[in-house]
Ligand binder design. Sequence first.
Ligand code: 5GP
Length: 347
Amino acid sequence: MRIEADLKLGFKDVLIRPKRSTLGSRSQVSLERTFKFRHSQKTWTGIPIMAANMDSVGTFAMAAALAELGLFTAARKHYAPEEWDAFVASAPDPRWLAHVAVSTGILDSDLAKLDRILERHPGLAFICMDVANGYSEYFVERIAKVRARHPERVIMAGNVVTGEMVEQLLLSGADIVKVGIGPGSVCTTRVKTGVGYPQLSAIIECADAAHGLSGQIISDGGCTCAGDVAKAFGAGADFVMLGGMLAGHDEGGGEMLERDGQKFVRFYGMSSRTAMEKYSGGVAEYRASEGKTVTVPYRGPVAETVKDILGGLRSACTYVGASQLKELTKRTTFVRVAEQHNPVFDP
Ligand code: 5GP
């Protein structure tokens, strides 16, 4: 046994220190970024915020809405090839397809389905290889296999939380590594297993490793408000993935409930009992569910929420004098804090 004694930090442990700036207004801030990916050599331009590949978040309706706003969606993996056909046929322009990833697990059947979808739709440029624990040798082999079969597609893969594993996944064929173990809003990994890594430190360490190899990272999980999204970018994330913050909207198509005249939407982790019963016929004997099922207030169309998040992010850039999102991390100094917001009027 060994203890690493230096304290690792989460979003709640820091604030971004304001800096003198010449920027007049937040309307001068550009949130678009352009990336060139290390293996596929593809270029992408957009606002690097993405919907998580979860039920009632990573839907086709979400992909359509977010693509229109310049954002990205990792589609939930349970869509059938025929459903992809319909989505692609309904896309009014190539932008929709450039702002969505086909998600996959790593079983033979998952990869066969992935091939079927990609063969039919060369315009789908992104693959999201998603496993709860990105540390297995087998996952690394599977990334190499998908890279060999699809040299021209952009592969995002995860999840991991440490620099050496980011390097391993990038060297094995991933263009972008997804970072986060345990911070998610409906994730119970940390309580069920004791395993995890505070998200802000994970971003800082993994971004450093990835950028050294011309790779990118996605900060996945743990953002509770626009300020956390700003902190994730400030820490060095190239993309930020959101589940809970994008749940509860029309585009998610989740189950609606009504309580005391108020509308709610059901939202659950993809390793929760709810998800396992839906897709795997129950929770297998040898494993525990590592996700929960919650209800979130119904929030209408997602465009309003996105406007709020982008407004907060532009404002954060203005406070530190970053005229483009790209500059935010260079201009960020975090201060460690023992308080965040004033709770006096909290319900
Ligand atoms: P959020 O933005 O809601 O805080 O986090 C979203 C992320 O939580 C997802 O992208 C995914 O990485 C993770 N996640 C989703 N469902 C589960 C689950 O059932 N268990 C765990 N451990 N993580 C989950």
